[in-house]
Design a protein around this ligand. Structure first.
Ligand code: NAP
Ligand code: F7E
Length: 343
């Protein structure tokens, strides 16, 4: 029997890789998309087949995590075997500017979706996109037992989502799990997250289109992994015999400065000639260091990442240089699932 999945946030970085993975596994995939005045489906356009085509396996539905009634009717009509809640206002710095909106989508949105599962009466497995930001001020290494100490409106909203997911598991015997994912990146990463901001700047500087890039705190340490590998971990969590929460991380941390050095160096540039400081990129409260311990996922799910931040910097620089050379092509992705570890 073909399985059916619903992905919220299907137009995002992770949603696009997860849709690819599930389609490759033979799933029928449904994605929630937001109505916008311009198209917002660039990351999944290569997967889309006209729904009139009998081979169509990806179906998109308008909806929003702020609209609970819509979520109930959608879930009842799709009746998915698996629900992946990836939708969120996911930018930490932006969450300080829009705390209430962030609480509504990144926090309350999760309980709307869980309630929609419960009220529609369907039997489904539920994945919640939790985050290493939950650990915030607690020093590394961080694992499933580490104390949470959120340091932003984003992290506080994700903390609510973490606990409400656990509560629905215990209260209603739902197969509902939290994937506590450390930063994961790719050539599809949103352009304002630090890695992609850096690698796009490197490509533009290399091409002579830009001279400087303005950055905030270069001392922050992050455990950067590769998004295509992390969606495999999400899927594995929903295939387990019992619902549980897992950390996904590489176990290796580097500073923003080192990511910059590697990225510029890979393109034959000296970063100190091009990187300038702008305090607007600082956060009112910063998360100094996140380095995850993925032992539990390795032992119980057999999940092992192969690409760390140093390799990612080079993969992303190459992809952005190629994208710029082919400017006009909306989406150039040099890294696919079948080439893990080869770049
Ligand atoms: P992303 O690229 O920012 O994608 C977010 C997705 O959520 C987009 O599809 C966006 O739609 C959608 N969305 C935002 N608000 C929505 C709303 N109110 N209703 C419906 N959809 C909405 O994020 P990502 O990097 O793929 O991350 C996926 C999830 O994992 C997020 O929940 C994020 O917080 C979490 N997470 C990410 C990381 C990481 O390092 N990437 C680590 C830990 C946890 P539009 O395309 O229309 O904007
Ligand atoms: O910042 C520093 C910044 O915005 C990383 C989200 O996916 O991962 C992500 O959150 C670090 C921070 O990601 C700039 O201060 C310096 O210390 O790429 P980021 P994030 O805040 O770690 C977690 C796990 C999530 O769950 C989130 O959804 O880089 N930094 N200068 C900068 N950051 C940005 N964005 N821009 C700068 O110019």
């Amino acid at each position: 029997m073909k399985k059916r999945a619903l992905i919220t946030g299907v137009t995002g970085q992770d949603g696009s890789y997860l849709a690819e993975l599930l389609l490759a596994k033979g799933y029928e995939v449904h994605g929630l998309i937001r109505r916008a005045s311009t198209f917002n489906t660039a990351r999944i356009d290569h997967l889309y087949v006209d729904p009139h085509d009998p081979d169509a396996k990806l179906f998109l539905h308008y909806g929003d995590l702020s609209d609970g009634a819509r979520l109930v009717t959608l879930l009842a009509s799709i009746n998915p075997d698996e629900v992946y809640n990836l939708a969120a206002q996911s930018h930490v710095r932006v969450s300080f500017d829009e705390p209430e909106h962030t609480a509504d989508t990144t926090g309350t949105g999760t309980v709307r979706l869980l309630e929609a599962v419960r009220l529609s009466g369907i039997e489904t497995r539920f994945y919640q996109a939790s985050s290493s930001e939950l650990y915030g001020a607690t020093p590394p290494p961080q694992n499933e037992e580490t104390r949470f100490y959120p340091r932003s409106p984003y992290a506080a909203a994700k903390l609510y989502s973490y606990w409400i997911t656990k509560n629905y598991r215990e209260a209603y015997d739902m197969f509902a799990v939290n994937g506590i994912l450390f930063n994961h990146e790719s050539p599809r990463r949103g352009e304002t997250f630090v890695t992609r901001k850096i690698t796009r700047a490197v490509a533009a500087i290399k091409a002579g289109r830009q001279e400087f890039v303005y950055m905030g705190n270069l001392d922050a340490v992050r455990d950067w992994g590769y998004a295509a590998e992390y969606v495999e971990g999400m899927w594995r969590m929903l295939q387990a015999d019992v619902p549980d929460d897992y950390v996904l991380a590489t176990g290796t941390g580097i500073t923003v400065r080192e990511f910059i050095e590697i990225s510029f160096g890979h393109a034959g540039l000296n970063w100190e000639d091009h990187v300038r400081f702008d305090e607007r990129y600082l956060r009112p409260t910063e998360v100094d260091a996140l380095i995850g311990d993925p032992s539990k996922a390795r032992e119980k799910l057999g999940w092992t990442p192969t690409i760390d931040g140093r390799q990612l910097a080079k993969i992303m620089v190459d992809a952005d240089i190629t994208a710029l050379e082919h400017a006009g092509d909306p989406w150039i992705d040099t890294v696919h699932l079948d080439s893990w570890g080869t770049k």
